[in-house]
Design a protein around this ligand. Structure first.
Ligand code: FAD
Length: 326
């Protein structure tokens, strides 16, 4: 069976690797080598679970910090459970692993459908790829969704930058609305630099002032998950950002892209219903976090929730929730 995968980020490369290993005739199409805009924060357990080389880890963290109204609330993570990677290197390695396990990898750009085949431009040449199954793992602006006239993934803009003018050893989360808008601002260690960001341009500017840095932001979208995003149309499946599978409130996308790709690959291998399998595994957690995300838009609720993290049992609950133990 021929599987064609558009997009070689964490979702597409993982699906390619798992399906190629099972003997599917798998082709992975990635448009370019690039550094996906991303803080690079990922659960450490993913490295063992998916045999990803630990040499890709740039920082391992055993705590994060909430910074709120000039106070720091440390959140211990019950071990070195959070790692930081450089996406440029991480994505490239995942594609190499997929190739090693038997997937064919082409650098080219998907551009639509013709005669029930996928059109891919490789070095100015238009090539038609046949497939029995197509997996769209082409990110938040999915061109496969566009080509099929499906509604786009709901999303919000983020403003971010890398700076050498502010240093942090841990991931910092800024929950005051002026620094994080409706969500949060962040500062993550990133090698010798720090990855800083927020949602709208104004909160990014406020965050920069607070951190005493002057940075011109770049902008990129991130999915804002909601229930009932279309993740399958006939023999075409969507996964990762292309399916909106980013955890509400935490905005963690790498882990869920990889895990959702695993669910999709297993569903294809064992001929199960992908949507049902995904919902069985993640729907409850995503819905709970979405409810919290919506409540956090209320200033009073946000104030109570953030301050409640001074209490050990609340911190424990949040960390267990993040670790998937609730
Ligand atoms: C500013 C910012 C910070 C973030 N920080 C974090 C973080 O710290 N931790 C975390 O877990 N998540 C974070 N995220 C979210 C995370 O980056 C995504 O959820 C994750 O990358 C999703 O992986 P994916 O494989 O689904 O999509 P992507 O990583 O977007 O991969 C899609 C791939 O498809 C390729 N592609 C697109 N169109 C085509 C085409 N037409 N033809 C061929 N290939 C194509 C792209 O080049 C890309 O490589 C952040 C996002 C943003 C915007």
């Amino acid at each position: 069976m021929k599987v064609l995968i558009i997009g070689g980020g964490p979702a597409g490369s993982t699906a390619a690797r798992l399906l190629a290993k099972e003997g599917f005739d798998t082709t992975l199409i990635q448009d370019k080598i690039w550094d996906k805009p991303c803080g690079g924060g990922v659960k450490t357990k993913i490295f063992e679970q998916f045999q990803i080389p630990k040499s890709l880890i740039k920082h391992t963290l055993s705590k994060v910090e909430i910074i709120y109204k000039n106070k720091i609330i440390p959140i211990p993570l019950k071990g070195k459970n959070l790692s930081i990677v450089f996406r440029y290197e991480f994505d490239q390695t995942l594609r190499d692993l997929a190739q090693k396990d038997g997937a064919k990898l082409y650098y080219g750009k998907f551009g639509g459908f013709e005669q029930e085949k996928a059109v891919v431009k490789i070095k100015n040449e238009k090539i038609l790829f046949e497939y029995d199954i197509l997996i769209a793992a082409d990110g938040v602006n999915s061109s496969v969704r566009k080509a099929l006239n499906l509604p786009p993934v709901p999303k919000t803009i983020t403003h971010y930058s890398k700076t050498d003018k502010y240093k942090t050893e841990v991931c910092e989360f800024f929950f005051e609305q002026k620094y994080g808008g409706e969500y949060y601002g962040w500062a993550f260690p990133h090698g010798d630099l720090t990855h800083i960001g927020s949602v709208d341009a104004k909160s990014f500017k406020n965050l920069c002032e607070y951190l005493k840095v002057k940075e011109k932001p770049k902008g990129y979208f991130i999915p804002t998950w909601r229930e009932n995003i279309i993740i399958q149309k006939n023999n075409i499946y969507f996964v990762g950002d292309a399916a909106g599978q980013v955890m509400p409130l935490s905005f963690e996308g790498i882990y869920y892209a990889i895990k959702s790709a695993e669910i999709l690959a297993n569903s294809i291998i064992s001929q199960k219903d992908y949507k049902k399998e995904w919902e069985k595994r993640f729907l409850k957690q995503f819905k709970f976090m979405k409810r919290l995300e919506n409540l956090m838009k209320n200033a009073l609720f946000r104030d109570i929730m953030v301050k409640a993290h001074n209490l050990k049992f609340v911190r424990n609950f949040s960390v267990n929730l993040w670790l998937g133990k609730v």
